[in-house]
Design a protein. Structure first.
Length: 99
């Protein structure tokens, strides 16, 4: 069976997804404007900001990445670099540990 691959969205953590959303909101967009752009409800966007709730699915993250990039390429790269660095450190720790 062949599995679907969602590209970059597969490698962005819950925390990274929220960081991208916060980047967009910090630019001045409202939760409602983000919701309209992503074709989701404002309640969904609000829940994504609560660590006890849900986060953007891969489909919504692809749209959020596009929006974040349009607003702040540098900020988007910083978030993605942070994600990469965190994953790399976790991988090194795992690879160097005795199982």
């Amino acid at each position: 069976m062949k599995y679907r691959f969602d590209g970059l969205a597969e490698f962005v953590s819950r925390r990274g997804r929220v960081m991208l959303l916060q980047l967009v909101l910090d630019s001045g967009m409202t939760q409602n404007e983000v919701a309209v752009y992503l074709s989701v409800t404002q309640q969904a966007v609000s829940k994504w900001l609560n660590p006890r709730e849900t986060h953007p699915c891969n489909k919504n993250l692809r749209r959020l990445l596009k929006l974040a990039w349009e607003i702040s390429p540098r900020g988007s790269l910083e978030v993605l670099k942070h994600e990469h660095d965190t994953f790399s450190e976790l991988f090194r720790s795992f690879a160097n540990s005795k199982h």
